[in-house]
Write a protein that binds this ligand. Sequence first.
Ligand code: ZN
Length: 380
Amino acid sequence: MQLKTILNRVLKIKSFVYGTVRWVEGEEEPTIEIEVRGRENSRPECSGCGRRGPGYDRLPERRFEFIPFWGIKVFFLYAPRRVQCPRCGVKVEQMPWAAGKHHLTDAYAWFLAGWAKRLSWKEVAEAFHTTWDHVFHSVQMAVLWGRKHMEMSNINAIGIDEIQWQRGHKYLTLVYQIDAHCKRLLWIGKKRKVKTLLGFFRWFGKERSESLRFICSDMWKPYLKVIAKKAGKAIHVLDRFHIMAHMSKAIDEVRATEARELKAKGYEPVLTKTRWLLLKRPESLSKKQEVKLTDLLRYSLRKNIVAPAQRSPKAKRKAASRRTEQDDLPVHSFQMLLADLATITKNRIQPLIPGSPTFDKLTTPSHVQQKALDLLGVRL
Ligand SMILES: [Zn+2]
């Protein structure tokens, strides 16, 4: 079997043929050179518009690196024709084996990009006796191709996150698809500003943004603002870690201010180490803490949300009966309610009848679940 026969099996190029194959003893390492010719009477294809036109002239011979064979470097040699194109003027012809301006065939670029998924770019360059630059351009080609051919339908849920880089001085905004059927990174933007996230929604498109159902993000203000504006129909899920972090900070700030005011008025510093007293449920307080809390409440602190609430008689009755008075529902803790709500599932059903479409079936919410959903303003 000849090398040409093998090549025609692995890479048959329309309108071109393989010519002479040469073994070349170079200064550094031996190479195989393969001449490529345009098929007899074929007309070159314009690289501008893709139409065939009359040949204009021929440029000097170029070398295009192909996948190495038995560890030997392989090059295609071809002198590109120029086309006299009626639309674009004089243009160099389209060469189907190499899309980029780089001296790599597409087949070799895909080969390198494939290895770059397993090894570092430097290692790939070393393993195949090529340059880091060639590996970089191969990966870039693969990424550009991937972006262009990305499947973007059926994205219902996204997560937005920020990461720090360059020793924490700079931020990147990352957007993930977080659907059950597909989890992947969709988009990366520099910084974490309003403009950054607007960039994502511009890229993502108006129609897709409006049909998003769930968005997860932290409480970073620019994100909140943009999400409300661009994906108003989606349920915006804020992660609990950030909500608690913000709450704690707010409580600390108010405590510090109050403590300063009390100190200025000459009171003893009752507010230090009271943070947990304020956050704890009254029934969970220890005896000592209870005394301290009673003490604390003697000072008339500012009437605000941070001061512990006194239970109304109605609330006390509710705590005793574990049921709401108004509509006689069982009392849920936030935890229990979340756990209960999590039992709502969506099942995708594919009937066994050939060609029948799939459909989704939602669990019917219980009375309590429905009430919670109504209060949250969530429609399933
Ligand atoms: Zn053209």
